[in-house]
Design a protein around this ligand. Sequence first.
Ligand code: ZN
Length: 79
Amino acid sequence: MKLYKKETHTIERIAEVRCNCCGKIIEKNKYGYSTDYLSVEKRWGYGSSMDGERHSFDLCEDCYKRIISAFKLGVEGED
Ligand SMILES: [Zn+2]
């Protein structure tokens, strides 16, 4: 025989995404999904001056375009 007890679990869901660069809220479309944005997570490794640090940030499309326009070499990819 198994006896069960009730447990309550809390889950975390993304309520809002803000662009780290301009602070703008990444809007949701009519289906409740955030419009496209860049999300970066990086854990710096051995040999880096930031060894062991974990960085993450999100960028809206406008800030992404502005930042990559300053690159000496353009981004690679398909369109
Ligand atoms: Zn932005």
